[in-house]
Design a protein around this ligand. Structure first.
Ligand code: MG
Length: 216
């Protein structure tokens, strides 16, 4: 049974929307102008900015006296509280599973936060397993995390596909281990000349359709 490797943030679970929703409420709470949401979203960098660095940036900008540790918690919990599993994504995973694929999440990030999201949204009922970079000791695009995902599923990367929105981690990572990939463009244009996704689509349902067509 081939592996369907899937990124988590902004692939299986929308992260940009929940972060923005949390951010707008946070800015209102600290009395900041609503227009600062662009600054906040930019500094978050789709979650790639270290949470402690973002917490420090918030403390400085708004002169907050709350400890950074509390802000880091707020960043984690606030986004989690707004995160929902899109029924279309659940449906796509069921279709993939029904067609003989083994869906496994491969995500860069902290175990506690990502497991809370996977279980809290019910996504755990639709995937066979998940590999998080913090516990793996290496993250995408390092080929070892993809190999670990295959080993944990008791199989190999033969016939596997990777689906994700991250040009470097997801698509570059897939290219590095010779896997075909589906890129969720999120309104962006592919810009990395070193590699390219096999297919570009606008959502997980289309991604699964492309994988099923491509593998058939
Ligand atoms: Mg992502």
């Amino acid at each position: 049974m081939p592996l369907l490797l899937l990124d988590l943030d902004d692939t299986l679970l929308d992260r940009a929307g929940p972060f923005r929703a949390w951010g707008e409420r946070f800015l209102a709470d600290v009395g900041a102008p609503a227009s600062d949401i662009d600054w906040l979203v930019s500094n978050d960098a789709d979650g790639l900015t270290d949470r402690w660095d973002l917490a420090d940036a918030l403390r400085h900008r708004y002169g907050l006296l709350v400890p950074s540790a509390d802000l880091v918690e707020e960043l984690h919990d606030g986004v989690l509280a707004h995160t929902r599993l899109d029924p279309l994504v659940a449906c796509a995973l069921r279709i993939a599973h029904g067609a003989g694929w083994v869906p496994v999440v491969v995500s860069n990030g902290a175990v506690r936060q990502h497991e809370a999201k996977i279980r809290g949204t019910g996504l755990d009922r639709y995937v066979a397993d998940w590999v998080i970079s913090e516990e793996a000791g290496f993250g995408k695009p390092n080929p070892r995390i993809f190999e670990l995902a295959a080993r944990r599923a008791g199989t190999t990367l033969r016939g596997a596909w990777m689906v994700g929105d991250g040009p470097e981690g997801d698509i570059g990572g897939a290219a590095a281990v010779g896997l075909p990939s589906v890129w969720l463009h999120r309104g962006r244009v592919w810009a990395d000349p070193r590699c390219a996704p096999t297919v570009t689509v606008d959502g997980v349902l289309a991604a699964v359709a492309a994988v099923l067509a491509g593998a058939g």
